[in-house]
Design a protein around this ligand. Structure first.
Ligand code: SF4
Length: 409
């Protein structure tokens, strides 16, 4: 069952990146960035397709040299998602990327500093109707700002950097803008976005920069991004991980789905943590199931549970699940037992029942099942397991007794 979000969204104006709306009540989008050389057109496109399949709505590619801009000219018309060009030091690369028909630019105000260059790019974007993300980064603040704020990166300095850039844009009447104020410190980034949300209604792109490799990078990014989303702040997100960018896209998509901010696209696999009652290697079955479902568009919650004693009850809200018992897998749909399969066919059975539910719906799947027989078999295995394992399969009482004796001897 997917819980719908109740978080209020901060009202923002809307910009469109290609055909993807950002802000103004549009669904929150997931972004990622390619790690290939942009001049490597085929390699970059392969990664863009993988990112789109993993849930990325918008993909950014670096445009650091003329070969990259030329690559963009070939990539943009063949990409399944809008492409953002990442511009750092050379404003001419921004102009070249616009000629390649990118859907958006990302400018770092700390790197392109001359007002005439900033305004030239903004005027060109205005004429073409192409938005810009002002991408402030705590690690590359303008030196003047850094000095003015006591030689430290502060939330106030990052917000000031974004507002300075907005002021240059306003001089040439350009306002198709998204903003990010990323830092590698989670508290600092949260503070900066909160302050920014107070002073502008431009859509905000959230991220913790240089979060590092998983799992810590995922935890840090989630801590920062989810905190802000729960406050209604944020219109598009990116996990910046030191990992295959597909991991970034999946993480972003999973976060939005788990907060109820996006419709589920792929399987939401839940699994019990396993314990002394487990009748199978739950970790292994869960991994195999994850792999079997892959990126398939099956928007169901699927449960893998280690025992039939407690599994079906604990996962009764899942659309579909399987619980192990005495060498067999007991399949259940919405808590209702539907079939019994040999243990080595558990994953295969999960996938085929998931496909059936997707194609025909829960009621049709239940109608096909021998519910009475499946329930009888499940109850029989459950009873046998309870009789052999007792109520205390984890042997907690015996362990407590041993602890007591050790403490008093
Ligand atoms: S009681 Fe069964 S379902 Fe619950 S954690 Fe243990 S093995 Fe998994």
């Amino acid at each position: 069952m997917q819980i719908q979000a109740t978080f209020p969204r901060r009202p923002t104006r809307q910009v469109t990146v290609g055909d993807v709306a950002v802000g103004g009540g549009a669904p929150i989008t997931v972004q990622s960035m390619t790690t290939t050389k942009t001049a490597d057109v085929e390699g970059t496109l392969a990664q863009i397709y993988a990112l789109a399949a993993a849930g990325a709505d918008i993909v950014r590619c670096t445009c650091n040299e003329i070969e990259a801009a030329e690559g963009l000219a070939e990539i943009v018309p063949r990409s399944p998602v809008p492409i953002v060009a990442d511009i750092h030091h050379q404003y001419r690369m921004a102009l070249a990327a616009l000629e390649a028909n990118v859907a958006c630019l990302r400018l770092n105000p700390g790197n392109i500093r001359r007002p005439e260059h900033i305004k030239t790019v903004a005027a060109e974007c205005r004429d073409r109707g192409v938005p810009i993300r002002i991408g402030v980064n705590g690690g590359s603040l303008h030196p003047d700002l850094y000095a003015r704020h006591g030689g430290r990166v502060t939330a106030e300095a990052m917000v000031e950097s974004a507002l300075d850039e907005l002021a240059y844009f306003a001089e040439v009447d350009f306002d198709l803008v998204k903003i990010s104020v990323k830092a590698s410190s989670v508290p600092l980034m949260i503070d900066a976005y909160r302050q920014l949300a107070e002073v502008t209604d431009h859509p905000l792109h959230l991220g913790v920069t240089e979060a590092g490799p998983p799992p810590a990078g995922v935890v840090k990014s989630t801590a920062g991004i989810a905190t802000l989303l729960a406050e209604g702040i944020g219109d598009t997100i990116r996990y910046s991980l030191t990992a295959d960018p597909v991991t970034e896209a999946r993480a972003g998509r999973t976060l939005l789905e788990s907060l109820g901010l996006r419709e589920r696209k792929n399987v939401d696999l839940i699994a019990c943590p396993s314990c002394g009652r487990a009748e199978v290697d739950v970790f292994k079955i869960a991994e195999e199931a994850l792999e079997a479902f892959g990126e398939r568009e099956i928007p169901l919650q699927v449960a893998v549970m280690g025992c039939v004693v407690n599994g079906p009850g604990e996962a009764r809200d899942a659309d579909l699940g399987i619980a192990a018992g005495r060498g067999r897998g007991h399949l259940f749909v919405k808590g209702q037992n539907v079939a019994v399969v040999p243990e080595d066919e558990m994953v295969e059975a999960l996938v085929s029942w998931a496909e059936l539910i997707c194609a025909e719906g829960v009621e049709a799947a239940l109608a096909r099942a021998d519910v009475d027989r499946a329930s009888r078999e499940a109850e029989r295995d459950r009873t046998v397991l309870l009789n052999t394992q007792g109520d205390d399969a984890n042997e907690v009482a015996a362990r407590v007794d041993i602890v007591r004796r050790a403490a008093t001897s």
